[in-house]
Design a protein around this ligand. Structure first.
Ligand SMILES: Nc1ncnc2c1ncn2[C@@H]1O[C@H](COP(=O)(O)OP(=O)(O)OP(=O)(O)O)[C@@H](O)[C@H]1O
Length: 244
């Protein structure tokens, strides 16, 4: 299988404190990998190193075949990164938000691309509305559309469903599975166990270290747990003595 992400020993320190500590991560093309862990465990920092926004202090590897240290610019062009709280500009309109992203990626045929995205979203008639006035579910849909605009091959989604209602969350996951079926790779951080169940594979980190990886069933079995939530509680308890 072609690997979309293949990194080893990924490490990041802030002010002398190690927040990501030697993470090895491999995700095959078209796979949906759930990235889980307690608050502050290093998920966002890892995602930012993968898409070339942060330089690792140690570790190496490739994202979409490009070296994460030397080819960050190439990686950025082929990755869709959805930040926590969606990363929209609240005081720009729906159209302006999409247009801003299209300019950023220097999309040819920008106007037509934005028109098509608005049609797909079903927001063409509301394109002048400020993004800040949208509901959580619509903000999320707009943010996902914005990060797909340049045709990325890898999606890095940082808690994309936080604060979104169950119906919108279900639609979002249906869309993620459609994208993966088209060959797009997805690394998605979440605190929701039902979402973890919908991933092809899981990586669980705490204290900046990878504690478990595999399918949901494999992670549950490895932890000797009854379900995923139980598995994560057990894994963190086990790790506490070593890292805390
Ligand atoms: N730029 C920074 N400077 C200093 N410390 C930072 C910086 N960015 C993150 N940290 C710290 O690194 C640790 C890991 O943060 P990170 O945001 O990667 O965790 P996370 O797993 O994404 O958490 P959450 O689930 O709450 O979003 C935290 O203790 C955080 O305070």
């Amino acid at each position: 299988m072609t690997q979309a992400i293949e990194v080893t020993g990924l490490t990041k320190r802030f002010d002398g404190r190690t927040v990501v500590d030697g993470i090895d991560l491999t995700v095959g093309q078209g796979r949906i990998c759930g990235f889980l862990g307690p608050n502050g465990s290093g998920k966002t920092t890892t995602i930012r190193m993968l898409c070339g926004l942060l330089k690792p202090d140690a570790g190496e590897g490739r994202c979409l075949g490009h070296d994460i240290r030397r080819e960050a610019a190439l990686i950025k062009r082929q990755v869709g990164y959805m930040t926590q709280r969606f990363g929209l500009y609240d005081d720009l309109s729906i159209r302006e938000n999409l247009d801003f992203v299209a300019r950023l990626f220097e999309l040819p045929g920008r106007r037509a691309a934005v028109d098509a995205a608005l049609d797909r979203l079903g927001l063409a008639s509301r394109q002048k509305q400020l993004a800040g006035s949208l509901s959580g579910g619509w903000k999320q849909r707009l943010a996902l559309t914005a990060c797909l605009l340049h045709g990325p091959r890898l999606l890095l989604l940082d808690e994309p469903t936080a604060g979104v209602d169950p119906k919108a969350r279900r639609e979002f996951w249906d869309e993620i599975h459609r994208l993966a079926a088209d060959g797009i790779t997805v690394l998605v951080s979440t605190h929701y166990m039902d979402e973890a169940e919908r991933c092809h594979e899981l990586c669980y980190i705490a204290y900046g270290q990878l504690l478990a990886k595999g399918t949901a069933a494999e992670v549950v079995a490895e932890a000797g747990a009854t379900d995923l939530e139980d598995a994560f509680v057990r894994l963190v308890d086990r790790a506490k003595d070593n890292f805390a």
